[in-house]
Design a binder for this molecule. Structure first.
Ligand SMILES: Cc1cc2nc3c(=O)[nH]c(=O)nc-3n(C[C@H](O)[C@H](O)[C@H](O)COP(=O)(O)OP(=O)(O)OC[C@H]3O[C@@H](n4cnc5c(N)ncnc54)[C@H](O)[C@@H]3O)c2cc1C
Length: 317
């Protein structure tokens, strides 16, 4: 059975959820072979095995963490040459897309990004033009390079051997043109990371003030969710920009997206409309966001949200 190469996202110890999603997806097409860059593969091995990784190529050199994207693209190109995989899967994150793009240029193979589903023939579903058009595409040149959005696949455990296989390749000088000079660890509390969360609760201009975003946070916390915001909120300084969902913010695709006091502008939809279930709280029954909603509450968020929190807390405590 051909290998499917998967670029692992990890923090040196912990395997990011998107990696378990990609392994789950890869199992449908061949033998999942994870590519681990930098140190820490031993720490992540059990988790990779739990989701069915057959093999883990370990390029342990710290150089993979010292330079921007290019060394990882070079590594994937070299491994693909050796193992002739049926496909290469990457997370469709900012870094994953950059690595995939460089890999495509290096190899001359086709790349599909922002993929939300993969068919049996390795055709990829994409939501284009802000999600207004869904497209099914297939790579025609070489090995398909497919960058899949986080949360597009539900990770399902299946035992694998996850045999560690050291790779000793030297990073070329050409791949060392952009060095990472500083890393700042983002301070965040107990909430899950926005693009990885299975539930996201977002607040819009209807929330009315920075202080009132506490209401959105309380709903998020009752559900174990991440907090997001519309651009109206981040531009007003009510919530930090890193939480903005949309065309010029983050793209999320959780199991449940709760939009509170958000009208549903096309630029906001672009970042959330592939969410599996969408719930809306808005006082205007004509708000365009209701077109996307699986469940909608027409009402004042200041009345609806506290009741929601109370009910959820009752059921979960
Ligand atoms: C190039 C470009 C890029 C952009 N990128 C993004 C992006 O990445 N993300 C993004 O979000 N936007 C983006 N925008 C902005 C976008 O066009 C909208 O202006 C923005 O999404 C509106 O945010 P909102 O829905 O919170 O506010 P509004 O459109 O003002 O909607 C507020 C909603 O709250 C409801 N409401 C008010 N009070 C209450 C209440 N008490 N209870 C319940 N409901 C209430 C109202 O009925 C209304 O529907 C971009 C725009 C441009 C031009």
């Amino acid at each position: 059975m051909a290998e499917i190469l998967i670029l692992a996202e990890h923090d040196g110890e912990t395997v990011k959820k998107v990696t378990t999603e990609l392994i789950t997806l890869a199992r449908r097409f061949g033998e999942p072979a994870v590519v681990w860059t930098g140190p820490g593969a031993e720490a992540g091995q059990a988790r990779l095995a739990e989701f069915g990784a057959a093999k883990v190529y370990v390029a342990a050199s710290p150089e993979y963490d010292e330079y921007v994207a290019a060394p990882k693209a070079e590594l994937l190109a070299e491994l693909a040459k050796q193992s002739s995989p049926a496909a290469i899967l990457l997370p469709s994150t900012a870094e994953g897309r950059e690595i995939g793009g460089r890999l495509a240029v290096k190899t001359g193979w086709g790349i599909l990004t922002d993929v939300v589903g993969v068919g049996d023939d390795l055709s990829a579903e994409q939501a284009n033009f802000g999600g207004a058009i869904n497209v099914s595409s297939r790579v025609r040149a070489g090995t398909p390079i497919i960058a899949v959005r986080p949360n597009a696949v539900t990770p399902e455990p299946a035992p694998g051997a996850a045999v560690l296989e050291p790779v000793s390749l030297t990073v070329s000088d050409a791949a060392k043109q952009a060095r990472i000079t500083e890393r700042v660890v983002q301070q965040r509390g107990e909430r899950p990371e926005l693009t990885e969360a299975s539930i996201v609760v977002s607040g819009g201009r209807g929330v009315g003030s920075a202080e009132n975003m506490a209401l959105i946070e309380s709903l998020a916390d009752s559900l174990g969710a991440a907090v997001g915001a519309s651009r109206a909120v981040t531009d007003a300084g009510w919530y930090p920009h890193q939480f903005q969902v949309g065309q010029t913010g983050k793209t999320v695709s959780p199991q449940l997206y709760v939009a509170v006091g958000i009208s549903g502008a096309i630029q906001h939809r672009a970042g959330m409309q592939t969410s599996k279930t969408i719930m809306v709280v808005n006082k205007d029954p004509e708000a365009p966001i209701f077109e996307l909603a699986d469940f909608g509450v027409v009402g004042d968020l200041f009345k609806v949200v506290p009741q929601l929190v109370e009910e959820i807390t009752k059921r979960t405590s």
